[in-house]
Unconditional design. Structure first.
Length: 252
């Protein structure tokens, strides 16, 4: 027989419910009663976790942005109701987190490397990592976008805090590789960086807002976006070598 679960055991579900409600309704329109219903709790039970909706919103954004993993059963977060930093403090921490982490992965490695032997593989790795990032932070981005008009500090976080560092790093990468001939020279690297990020964002996140786009499976969405961008950015000689390599791999 399973005993009644503790508040700490239910906490991840509460945060998950908050993320879904705030992503759907935005900060102003969401109510604590909506989150409680989504979590399968009474509103009074929800107030045992936090004192205010602002606290719950700050926690939801923090966890959805992967700034802090959700605790498990054996990792208590403290005494309830939680003492939560203000939303302004959470936004400041998010700015610092992104500034420290971006660029990351394949994009960071490419910016540290003056020359590349396989531009197609390098670019493909960068595109796939950015696609995955957009998928993983989709709910956080939805929460921020839905609430940005009501909370101007969130608009600044979204644009200058989250998007700008990625766009700047991507533009620097495109510019450096175009100068060596590893990538095609675009009319404008900043505009092309935005094209790349917006394409990945639509296929990773915004396709779910479109009835036809929502029918595209995740794996196919990634393949479609990555393939289109590779063909847009790579010189023909690197594309030919890549396509021949893939054809050989499929025939094995």
């Amino acid at each position: 027989m399973t005993g009644k679960r503790s508040a700490h055991e239910r906490f991840p579900e509460v945060i998950g419910a908050a993320v879904r409600v705030f992503a759907r309704d935005g900060y102003r329109s969401a109510h604590m009663s909506d989150v409680a219903r989504e979590a399968g709790l009474s509103e009074a039970a929800l107030y045992r976790y936090v004192d205010r909706k602002e606290d719950l919103f700050a926690l939801a954004i923090r966890h959805a942005l992967l700034l802090e993993p959700l605790p498990g059963e054996d990792d208590p977060v403290g005494e309830f109701p939680l003492s939560v930093p203000s939303l302004a403090e959470m936004i400041r921490q998010a700015h610092e987190f992104v500034a420290a982490e971006v660029p990351f992965g394949a994009l960071a490695e490419a910016l540290r490397t003056a020359a590349v032997t396989d531009p197609a593989a390098e670019l493909e790795a960068i595109l796939r990592e950015l696609f995955t990032l957009e998928e993983q932070t989709a709910q956080a981005a939805d929460m921020i976008e839905r609430s940005a008009r009501e909370l101007p500090a969130l608009a600044d976080l979204l644009n200058s805090g989250l998007r700008r560092p990625v766009l700047d790093a991507l533009a620097s990468y495109l510019d450096s590789r175009a100068k060596t001939g590893a990538l095609r020279a675009p009319p404008d690297t900043a505009a092309t960086a935005r094209l790349v990020l917006e394409t990945l964002t639509w296929f990773a996140r915004h396709r779910h807002d479109d009835p036809y786009g929502a029918a595209i499976p995740a794996a196919l969405a990634q393949e479609t976006a990555v393939d289109a961008l590779l063909h847009a950015l790579l010189p023909a000689r690197f594309l030919t070598a890549r396509d021949e390599h893939h054809d050989l791999g499929e025939g094995e």
